[in-house]
Write a protein that binds this ligand. Structure first.
Ligand code: HEM
Ligand code: HEM
Length: 247
């Protein structure tokens, strides 16, 4: 593996090592919070801090998810353009850096602001930043047409959908604490997020299997993906039988 391959593995590794274990903890604490509220018999066995811990870890989960998505997008853009072609437009690089900085600032602001409209505004700005950076041509989105089946199988689109749900949960967390209707909305959003997280794990693992190492790329890209055949593939299939005759 070369340095560039390690860069490509950064996002899946962070997802597996940081994000999914965090999802487990947040979901467990969410369940404890609900049990404590709904099931009077069990309430005394559950720590009163479950709700607060759930909310605090939930904020870290949202932040972590935005961070790993930014890492994936940045790696795609840098390695496919600026890395291989240093003659790229510096003005574009400046705009992209500005968008990245703006997205991070909007996310940090979401941690601090109190009023509802401010929370919605900064959640929306963070998501807008992710979408703007993800709209770059280097990012593999499979399809941008929601009426096509390919769109719904895209790791990118389910990923940014998931980010939207997490940002929404973070933006409404004071309301979730106080009002039953908002808590129900949060529950519905979290169930949807759980399903998307499962899909994301599957499509991500599939992507990982399909992306070749940098030194393999020239050969792999000369293959005919529709016919599922690579140049010299026939010989390669016959050779082992000649080199290692059985018996
Ligand atoms: C994997 C994702 C998540 C799941 C499965 C989940 C699940 C839950 C559940 C089951 C409850 C209890 C609802 C009830 O009492 O009826 C809850 C409450 C809550 N959740 Fe989440 N949640 C998730 C993510 C988040 C995130 C990202 C935040 C944002 C910071 C968040 C903030 C809250 C808050 C503030 C409450 C109310 C806590 C309380 O009543 O003390 N959750 N969640
Ligand atoms: C929290 C869950 C995840 C989210 C929100 C997420 C989101 C994204 C997004 C938005 C992209 C950008 C698309 C692109 O650059 O082509 C991406 C790329 C990618 N993801 Fe994920 N992903 C998640 C989990 C995973 C997991 C579990 C794996 C594999 C085990 C994975 C593997 C990949 C790969 C291989 C790429 C393309 C390479 C790269 O850009 O770094 N992802 N992901």
């Amino acid at each position: 593996m070369e340095f560039v391959d390690w860069l490509w593995i950064l996002h899946p590794a962070l997802a597996v090592v940081v994000i999914y274990p965090l999802v487990g903890m947040v979901a467990y604490l969410g369940r404890q919070t609900r049990r404590r509220r709904v099931d009077r018999a069990k309430a005394r066995q559950i720590a009163p801090t479950a709700g607060r811990d759930h909310k605090d870890l939930g904020k870290w989960l949202t932040t972590g998810m935005v961070a790993i998505v930014l890492v994936a997008i940045a790696v795609s853009v840098i390695t496919k353009s600026f890395w291989s072609d240093p003659g790229q437009d510096p003005v574009r690089a400046g705009y992209l850096l500005l968008a990245l900085g703006g997205t991070v600032v909007a996310l940090l602001a979401l941690w601090r602001v109190q009023q509802r409209w401010q929370r919605f505004l900064f959640a929306l700005l963070t998501w807008g930043g992710v979408l703007g950076l993800g709209a770059q041509p280097e990012v593999w989105r499979v399809s941008d047409d929601p009426t096509s089946f390919a769109f719904w199988t895209s790791h990118y689109w389910t990923g940014v959908g998931l980010v939207a749900l997490m940002l929404f949960s973070m933006a409404i967390s004071p309301e979730t604490l106080r009002r039953l209707a908002w808590r129900r909305l949060h529950l519905a959003v979290s169930i949807m997020a759980g399903i998307l997280l499962m899909i994301q794990g599957i499509s991500g693992a599939k992507d990982l299997l399909e992306i070749p190492l940098s030194w393999q790329k020239p050969t792999i890209w000369s293959c005919d993906f529709n016919a599922r055949r690579c140049p010299g593939g026939e010989q390669a299939r016959v050779e082992p039988a000649i080199l290692h005759p059985v018996g």
